[in-house]
Design a protein around this ligand. Structure first.
Ligand code: PPS
Length: 299
């Protein structure tokens, strides 16, 4: 039985060079409006390269802010409506920007995959808090590959070998992972309201990462609430939670792969050949040599 029975397959988009970043129309067609987004000082932007843990952190924030005050939200509003995807523009659907504009909550939680240079300027002007989540490149690539196989709004994934090369070349939707994680990391030097966190740390010690998030956000939840959040965002809970697992999104074919797929660090070992691993490591050293950013490919 299909988990998302009203599945719709749309023609796969082609990537094109958009201000120096590989993108596709669903994320650029509303560019002018998105750039004019009017951020409020209490807006919180969750920024990631795709497949780095966006949904996980979005759900953590949603529970921290609204888990107690709006319990009905937990059973009736999918995460992608609670935390709109700012630049998403699918003809015939409400745009991410409009959803974000009309969010009734305070704060408004907003998702983006934009590289740092694409973020609308009001977020900086309003000194909004921004949370960036990064994931090690190997697992990020594997997760993205499976996502592209099952999501017809993404470019065709093709073979794993081909995908591996494309990732290294940065010819992915939202461009180079290397540029993305590095330039957001650099931004931290000049923009203190940016909390940079890692998927691997969240896996290793979810509670500790939530504590750090709370301290960044100026929240002091009771031990009971923290426990409720930690338990509510465990992988299996989210995988079985229809409001968090994307099972009602028509463009995703769960017969191919699930959105909540494995949720692990080190799954790349089941995909990378020895030669690919060497190639990745050699190339990584060159590309990342000037950055102080450190990733863990295993924990
Ligand atoms: S997206 O489409 O860019 O918004 O995807 P994103 O949410 O950033 O990333 C999806 C990957 O995150 C994993 N995930 C989790 N891992 C552990 N615990 C929890 N709670 C969790 N929630 C989401 C999800 O399974 C995807 O990773 P993979 O490796 O494909 O399983």
């Amino acid at each position: 039985m299909s988990l998302n029975p009203e599945k719709v397959t749309v023609p796969r988009p082609e990537l094109f060079d958009f201000h120096g970043v590989w993108m596709a129309p669903n994320f650029t067609d509303n560019w002018e409006n998105v750039q004019k987004f009017e951020a409020r000082p209490d807006d919180i932007l969750i920024a990631t390269y795709p497949k780095a843990g966006t949904t996980w952190v979005s759900y953590i924030l949603d529970l921290l802010y609204f888990g107690q005050t709006s319990p009905e939200r937990q059973t009736s509003i999918p995460i992608y409506e609670r935390v709109p995807f700012m630049e998403l523009f699918i003809p015939g659907k409400v745009s991410g920007k409009d959803l974000a504009d009309n969010l009734p909550t305070t704060p408004r939680l907003i998702k983006t995959h934009f590289p740092v240079q694409f973020v609308p300027k009001t977020f900086w002007e309003q000194n909004c808090r921004i949370i960036y989540v990064a994931r090690n490149g190997k697992d990020n690539m594997v997760s993205y590959f499976h996502f592209d196989t099952m999501n017809s709004t993404q470019p065709e994934a093709g073979t794993w070998n081909n995908y591996f090369q494309r990732f290294i070349q940065g010819k992915m939707m939202y461009g180079s992972w290397y540029d993305h994680v590095r330039s957001w990391w650099k931004k931290k030097e000049t923009y203190p309201n940016l909390h940079y966190m890692f998927y691997e740390d969240l896996i290793e010690d979810t509670q500790q990462e939530i504590d750090k998030l709370c301290s960044f956000l100026g929240l002091s939840p009771s031990a009971e609430i923290t426990e409720m959040v930690v338990s509510g965002v465990q992988f299996d809970k989210m995988k079985n939670n229809q409001m968090a697992n994307y099972s009602n999104v028509p463009f995703m074919d769960f017969n191919i792969s699930h959105f909540m797929r494995k949720g692990k660090v080190g799954d790349w070992k089941n995909h990378f050949t020895v030669a690919q691993n060497e190639e990745f490591d050699d190339d990584y050293k060159k590309k990342m040599k000037d950055s102080t950013l450190q990733f863990r490919n295993e924990i």
